[in-house]
Ligand binder design. Structure first.
Ligand SMILES: Nc1nc2c(c(=O)[nH]1)N[C@H]1C(S)=C(S)[C@@H](COP(=O)(O)OP(=O)(O)OC[C@H]3O[C@@H](n4cnc5c(=O)[nH]c(N)nc54)[C@H](O)[C@@H]3O)O[C@H]1N2
Ligand SMILES: Nc1nc2c(c(=O)[nH]1)N[C@H]1C(S)=C(S)[C@@H](COP(=O)(O)OP(=O)(O)OC[C@H]3O[C@@H](n4cnc5c(=O)[nH]c(N)nc54)[C@H](O)[C@@H]3O)O[C@H]1N2
Ligand SMILES: [Mo]
Length: 755
């Protein structure tokens, strides 16, 4: 049962955290983690250098690193991520000798990772049902032999968005030399909606903002992005913008604390007075999937009042008339029903919008992870275009990316879409014929695991089997794989779903010293605002048996592929500067003089065509688009059906569960909870603390249920329930995804509650 750690006026029994984000609570969170992980003093020194030129770049979120950093340029969750990596605990061959893989499968996610850092390369031994110690040469030779015996098209090379640009470049090259484009990355569960929708709308697959824009905007609109937990360093520019008088409007079914109030841990006055900065001027708790309708309402109001930048639209936009006709035709009744917001609320936002000269639209998973997620992003771009708010200082569209290099992985070729990769250039540089067919997305890879067509899986980080939709359906099918190779830092459940051949290959973390033949090596990553940063680790490695990610990828590649005089794995691993030369040669417009600019303060900007109003779309202009309907949901709630939103707690990084607290939401101690409004509880005849089962309401003949959720009243809109990811993932059907990009609709799964 959850502790209720706070109270609010309206409903004293509803869990609520009424302190600002940041502040003493965040320091306590870090200290608790530091104590648990028994960190050394050197780790604190490492934190001081985090996200600064010459230091290492945090492995938590992808938020921008400013050119003049704060004394401590890290947040509660960035500190937790580093401390989690630099723990003194170890997961050794001895540990594996004591536990069978079958036994470990019964352990919770938190306990598996909490064993500590992996220390040795391990091979699964089916006879003893244990992972046993192996050597790197033995592992590479066996994996290479296995891959050589398989049809490349039946293998998938997955990447979680953490690996550096250098590793990612080698990884995509390996896949293509081997013979496939099956290169989904975590982006396929995340901002792939963005890559597809923004490319279609403005001709650039990433956001257009840079940090300075936040110094000039007078309105920011936040859609479904939980800044306080997931990109807390963003709260600094937000706080500064607020002090200048910038207005902030938030659309989110949940009142997330970071967007309500922020106390800057680096401000003695705020820390001592306990008073933070209020963040949102207007906070609208819309229905999940209600964003299209909410924006339609704002646009309708703008049309009614003539607040439209027709000069900009005539010069820069395509297909505006169809959008105007559609918007004017929408009824207020339809808009209010789909959004759950009133005409008055939306008119107020429209008034603010019309009065603002520079507007930024910010968004996260609340938009991308829906059946019509691409249309939600499309609507936000429509709104910005109505006022000419793209391609001017202080304006723009700002998707907040997740993993620290997820955007960069796409930039250097990790993509299942061959048209996004300069294949001719690769062919010429490495003298081979790259595959031209479209590879598998995450959804297709899972489908392939389920139907047996995927035979080999290589995972560069991540906990794929836990992060995916329909995970319970996929779980038994992993045993059917011929090869499962996991490159990782800590033990997780994906490592335990062993196939016929399974390998667990431990790597360095970013904060650790990476010594190669030519000396210590730096790596690089791209932040959410398209700036590239060098990262240098200095901590001693957790074990002398660890290899770097580039060395592991190169080791497997060399053992798999025939010799090619243009492909010099050993030389590249000896000096990562050589890999950066290859990146610069492949992408000369964006990465010229890469090595010279590696440690530029604030990162170097790789540019964005839409920011220059160079619209690289089909029509050569920015596209207005009409959504297929007012809701982003595939299935509407009603008649016992609720919309399930899956959430991250403040104490988790994706499937890595640091602890069982969700301080910013006032929820403590238990992750198996289902949040529901009191009105919703009354209607469903539920009482607080009751144990229930959630059952999927998608009628496709596949049973999906998760038992043991505790009913927890929470301030949520009608028709909506919420539960944590990954516990609730078995309830999200695999083919329930954004239509164009196939990003799973994790924020809008229809469920019933069984008592
Ligand atoms: N501490 C921490 N940091 C992280 C991560 C982490 O797990 N922990 N994960 C990283 C990764 S990979 C990613 S992708 C990002 C994710 O960061 P976010 O993009 O913030 O993703 P979520 O926390 O999943 O959900 C965001 C918000 O969407 C709201 N929401 C749900 N449905 C809707 C809707 O229909 N409309 C609107 N407007 N809002 C909705 C939810 O209430 C929630 O506040 O964070 C990154 N940073
Ligand atoms: N229901 C639901 N499901 C979701 C989401 C949601 O909002 N709701 N969000 C989706 C999103 S946005 C994402 S990005 C995915 C992410 O899902 P995950 O795959 O869970 O993401 P990671 O955080 O990369 O995975 C953590 C694992 O990576 C390994 N690791 C950590 N650091 C390193 C490193 O430096 N190198 C290597 N090689 N390995 C390392 C560790 O072994 C750790 O166990 O989940 C998706 N799934
Ligand atoms: Mo993500």
């Amino acid at each position: 049962m959850c502790d209720v750690t706070g109270e609010r006026d309206q409903d004293p029994a509803t869990p609520f955290y009424d302190h600002p984000t940041g502040g003493w609570g965040s320091l306590k969170g870090v200290l608790r983690q530091a104590t648990k992980s028994r960190i050394r003093l050197g780790t604190l020194e490492t934190l001081r250098r985090q996200n600064k030129p010459g230091g290492h770049m945090c492995t938590s979120c992808a938020w921008a690193k400013p050119p003049s950093p704060h004394l401590a340029e890290f947040c509660e969750n960035g500190a937790k991520a580093t401390i989690w990596d630099l723990t003194r605990d170890r997961c050794t061959p001895d540990f594996f000798a004591r536990h069978t893989v079958t036994e470990l499968r019964s352990w919770p996610d938190h306990d598996l990772e909490a064993v500590g850092r992996l220390t040795h390369p391990m091979r699964y031994d089916a006879g003893s049902d244990r992972y046993v110690e192996t050597t790197w040469p033995e592992a590479f030779a066996a994996i290479g032999a296995s891959l050589r015996g398989m049809d490349p098209k039946t293998t998938v090379f997955y990447a979680s968005g953490r690996a550096s640009l250098e590793t990612s470049y080698l990884y995509q090259l390996f896949a293509r030399l081997y013979g496939h484009n099956n290169l989904p990355d975590s982006s396929n569960m995340c901002h792939e909606t963005t890559s597809v929708a923004l490319k279609q709308k403005i001709g650039a697959p990433v956001g257009t903002c840079v940090l300075e824009d936040f110094e000039h905007c007078d309105l920011m609109l936040f859609f479904g992005q939980n800044t306080g937990s997931n990109s807390p360093r963003f709260l600094h520019p937000i706080q500064q913008a607020k002090r200048r008088g910038c207005k902030i409007v938030t659309f989110n079914p949940i009142r997330e604390r970071g967007l309500v109030e922020f106390m800057n841990p680096q401000s003695p006055t705020e820390m001592l007075t306990g008073r933070g900065t209020p963040i949102s001027d207007i906070y609208l708790q819309l229905r999940p999937g209600g964003d299209i309708a909410a924006i339609a309402g704002i646009c309708k109001h703008l049309f009614d009042h003539g607040d439209v930048d027709r000069g900009f639209i005539a010069q820069h936009c395509h297909d505006f008339d169809a959008f105007e006709t559609w918007t004017r035709a929408q009824s207020w009744e339809g808009i209010e029903t789909a959004s759950g917001l009133s005409q008055g609320d939306l008119a107020e936002v429209a008034g603010l919008f019309a009065a603002s000269k520079r507007v930024i639209g910010v968004y996260g998973m609340g938009l991308t992870q829906h059946v019509h997620g691409g249309d939600s992003i499309g609507m936000l771009v429509n709104l910005l275009l109505m006022g000419g708010h793209i391609g001017r200082p202080g304006t723009g569209i700002c998707p907040v990316r997740g993993h620290s290099n997820v955007q960069g992985q796409r930039t250097v070729g990790i993509s299942e879409k061959p048209e996004l990769v300069p294949l001719d250039k690769l062919a010429q540089m490495f003298d081979f014929d790259p595959p031209r067919d479209t590879g598998m997305t995450t959804v297709e890879a899972v489908q392939g695991v389920i139907d047996g067509s995927v035979k080999g899986f290589v995972s560069l980080g991540g906990n794929f089997a836990r992060a995916i939709p329909d995970l319970a359906r996929a779980e038994p099918c992993w045993a059917g794989l011929d090869l499962n190779v996991q490159i990782a830092t800590k033990l997780n459940r994906s490592h335990l779903l062993v196939g016929k051949g399974a390998w667990l290959l431990p790597c360095l973390v970013r904060a650790e010293r990476d010594g190669q033949k030519s000396g210590p090596q730096a790596v690089s990553m791209e932040d959410s605002l398209s700036h590239i940063h060098g990262s240098l680790g200095r901590r001693p490695p957790a074990s002398r048996h660890l290899l770097s990610e580039p060395a592991i990828v190169a080791g497997i590649a060399k053992a798999t592929l025939p010799p090619n005089p243009r492909v010099r794995w050993d030389e590249w691993v000896a000096d990562y500067g050589r890999i950066r030369d290859l990146i610069a040669e492949t992408y000369p417009d964006q990465f010229a003089d890469f090595n010279d600019r590696l440690f530029q303060a604030g990162g170097f900007y790789r540019g964005n065509s839409a920011r220059r109003r160079d619209w690289q779309t089909e029509s050569g202009k920015a596209e207005f688009t009409v959504p297929p309907g007012l809701s982003a949901l595939g299935v509407m709630p009603g008649d016992g059906v609720h919309t399930l939103v899956t959430l991250r707690s403040n104490d988790q990084f994706n499937t890595t569960i640091y602890d069982y607290h969700d301080r910013l939401r006032g929820l403590e101690g238990d992750r198996m909870i289902v949040l529901i409004s009191r009105a919703g509880m009354a209607r469903a005849g539920l009482s607080e603390g009751q144990r229930v089962t959630l059952v999927s309401a998608v009628a496709d003949g596949i049973p999906r249920r998760v038992e043991g959720f505790t009913v927890t009243p929470y301030d949520l809109p009608d028709g909506c329930v919420a539960a944590y990811y990954p516990e609730a993932n078995p309830l999200v059907p695999l083919d329930h995804h954004d239509i164009a990009s196939k990003t799973p609709a994790y924020k809008g799964a229809p469920v019933r509650i069984e008592t």
